[in-house]
Design a binder for this molecule. Sequence first.
Ligand code: NDP
Ligand code: 8X3
Length: 256
Amino acid sequence: MIHLENQIVFITGASSGIGAACAKIFANAGAKLILAARRYDRLQEFAKTLNLQADKIYLLQLDVCDRAAVESTISNLPPDWSNIDILINNAGLSRGLDKLHEGDIQDWEEMIDTNIKGLLYLTRYVVPGMVARNRGHVINLGSIAGHQTYPGGNVYCGTKAAVKAISEGLKQDLLGTPIRVTSVDPGMVETEFSEVRFHGNKERAKKVYQGLTPLTPDDVADVIFFCATRSPHVNINEVILMPVDQASATLVNRRI
Ligand code: NDP
Ligand code: 8X3
């Protein structure tokens, strides 16, 4: 098993949900955290709750869609923070649940720019350092939506299918190095995800999880932590996890 004391873990989308839960579990294991998100105030508020010494946490206001910002952020990390051991490509979002032929093109752009291009930029700028140091682990947040498409999911599902392909491709391209690549692909997790999908409509978002017990962000962070702590020769390629109340992207058991 790998010990995480003082390993540098870079988590995108750490201001909420699964990213924040990852920050907690990796902090408890003694890792040094680089936490990134667009909402810097939110990130700062959350960081306080972790109660970490200053040399254990480094906050970044970063929009993963901004290629130039990603490049300069990674290349200008202070020396004590530049040797990233684990990259958790978690920042992501869904927007809308419209039929494809009625979809909002701005929603599509946002999902594609964040879930695919943002993940690619981080990977492109972080992984060369891992290769040079001969160590590292990239953990991507895929989704059940990358395995099964559901009505109205069209573009979001397409972005997560892309994440699946990109994770597989990266694993192949890093063959011969000790760098590990994992895709963690959850079903329903109650976070701000649905609120973001429905453009802030809290009532509609709440209904998504009504009458069933969804996964919590901590459930997903547990699995990510498991993947990160296997022996160095073990690569968990892909994990699909879903609530007991969910059998597929479209089949759920509601008790109401
Ligand atoms: P949340 O909405 O709770 O969290 C999303 C995080 O991503 C926030 O911290 C947000 O921070 C950040 N983010 C979004 N866009 C950007 C951006 N352009 N640049 C930087 N950070 C960004 O959702 P989840 O925790 O549920 O989602 C995390 C990941 O898990 C996503 O990739 C999602 O697709 C995936 N997932 C979620 C599932 C679910 O059911 N909830 C199931 C399967 C996968 P900020 O707004 O401050 O930038
Ligand atoms: C999030 C899970 O099924 O709501 O990726 O798309 S789902």
